[in-house]
Write a protein that binds this ligand. Structure first.
Ligand code: GLY
Ligand code: MN
Ligand code: MN
Length: 464
């Protein structure tokens, strides 16, 4: 974790924005896999990490803004627990690390909340995503589980989102560490992958690297020859000579700041001419977007610019036709590029997604589109220095979607279906980098990961 000063300063900023009442923070608990003591990998809640930095299960905290008091709640380990888990810092020692002086056992959280409810004091909390914490809110505040998130505080969401949106130098350094681990993971995967292997052999190999170099993977990796399935978590296919394979994987640094990188590469180390042609369209979209990113630009316009580059490339391939801007405005390109250009990244790989994307990624001036493809853009607002985002265009040939659109003759003025059908088995290409917006543009984070055709072929053909 960072120095206590960082957390003291973050909480003091928050208190300036939330002017009264109590702010309630619930840390995460252990999550059982199949019985209580056999748990999933523990992951602390990111809001709790942001304001308190404490990476331990079964903690909660309150900021009493009216009385300017901060309290961390938790139970010290009993001797029984120490026998099984070794000596552990006390709650007081934990709290000191984030500059909180008052600690209390968890049972007192209930007393404080119940009294506050009786006195009609405002208690603000962020939306909850863990079912046990939803039940805790029910117990503490008397809100029915189904309604808990209806009572989440919009003022708190917006205050926390505004703070977390712009990353400090120390946060960017942590994200960069995570990208540098991803560099190791992605280059090793290119070298390790060979025709005849199962996807799971490489998925398991990169997971081991992520664990050995940091805090493990930031999300279940997408390692698949079926690039056209966007979030594919199946690893049972055999990789063939001539296949493209996608590796969309990122890691958490020990601090929990994440990376999210995608590379698509030929299993045998050499692109075919058509693979190279389509790869270079996606590469041009990725690089054009990166060149266009600068403060005040809104991310939606960058997404649309990338869509135009993809449309131009697909026109050159013969699968699209007509006026590029008209095709993009209509959404015809989304047959091939059905997702958003990118998302915020930080303590969460999709940063703050639990706050509700529309609460920080969009605003009155930038409304979320309902158009297929564009509606999946997670962040659309104007950029400011310090914002960290992914840039991840792709081109996919999804047979089921092609069939549906073709049967509806959808956008037949922009799509040459006879030609599209020649690529039904192509699968797809995605290229994803992590960038930080600077004062006059943006910077790609971390050690450059092979990206041009020559760079990728050089590494992917140098097998280990
Ligand atoms: N790994 C999912 C994504 O790139 O957003
Ligand atoms: Mn990704
Ligand atoms: Mn991503």
């Amino acid at each position: 974790m960072f120095n206590a000063k960082t957390y003291i300063q973050r909480r003091s900023e928050l208190k300036k924005k939330i002017k009264n009442g109590l702010i309630l923070f619930l840390g995460n608990n252990e999550a059982p896999m199949n019985y209580t003591d056999n748990t999933y990998h523990f992951r602390q809640d990111s809001t709790f990490l942001y304001y308190f930095g404490l990476d331990r299960a079964e903690l909660a905290a309150i900021i009493d803004v009216d009385e300017d008091k901060e309290i961390v709640f938790g139970n010290d380990f009993t001797i029984d627990m120490i026998v099984w888990m070794g000596p552990q810092p006390t709650i007081k020692q934990h709290a000191a690390k984030c500059g909180v002086k008052i600690t209390k056992p968890l049972s007192e959280l209930e007393t404080i909340c119940t009294n506050a409810v009786k006195q009609g004091r405002k208690i603000q909390f962020i939306p909850q995503y863990r079912y046990d914490n939803i039940l805790t809110i029910q117990r503490l505040l008397g809100i029915s589980p189904k309604k808990v998130n209806d009572y989440a505080s919009m003022a708190l969401i917006q205050a926390a989102a505004e703070q977390r949106l712009v990353k400090s130098k120390e946060e960017i350094a942590e994200i960069e560490k995570a990208v540098n681990i991803a560099y190791e993971m992605h280059t090793a995967a290119m070298r390790f992958t060979k025709p005849g292997m199962y996807e799971r052999e490489v998925a398991g190999f990169i997971e081991g690297l992520a664990l050995s170099l940091g805090n493990g993977l930031a999300f279940p990796p997408i390692f698949s020859r079926n690039v056209q399935t966007l979030h594919n978590h199946y690893y049972g296919n055999k990789l063939k000579d001539g296949d493209l394979v996608v590796n969309d994987s990122g890691v958490e640094a020990v601090s929990h700041y994440s990376s999210d990188i995608t590379r698509t590469f030929p299993v045998n180390g050499k692109f075919t001419p058509v693979q190279k042609f389509i790869y270079e369209i996606v590469l041009a979209a990725n690089m054009t977007a990166i060149n266009e990113i600068k403060p005040k630009q809104n991310y939606k316009s960058i997404h649309l610019k990338a869509a135009e580059v993809i449309t131009d490339g697909l026109k050159a391939l013969g699968v699209m036709k007509g006026n590029t801007k008209d095709a993009v405005e209509a959404g015809a390109h989304a047959l091939f590029f059905p997702h958003g250009l990118g998302h915020l990244m930080g303590l969460d790989v999709h940063d703050m997604e639990n706050y509700g994307e529309n609460n920080f990624g969009y605003d009155e001036k930038t409304k979320r589109s309902t158009q297929f493809g564009l509606k999946s853009l997670r962040y659309a607002r104007p950029l400011v220095p310090g914002v960290v985002l992914t840039v991840e265009p792709g081109i996919y040939f999804i047979p089921e979607l092609i069939d549906k659109w073709q049967s509806e003759k959808k956008f037949s003025e922009f799509i040459n279906y006879a030609k599209v059908n020649q690529f039904r088995k192509f699968s797809g290409v995605r290229i994803e980098d992590d960038i930080v917006v600077t004062n006059n543009g943006c910077r790609v984070l971390g050690k450059p990961i092979p990206k041009t055709v020559d760079e990728v072929e050089a590494v992917a053909s140098d097998k280990i």
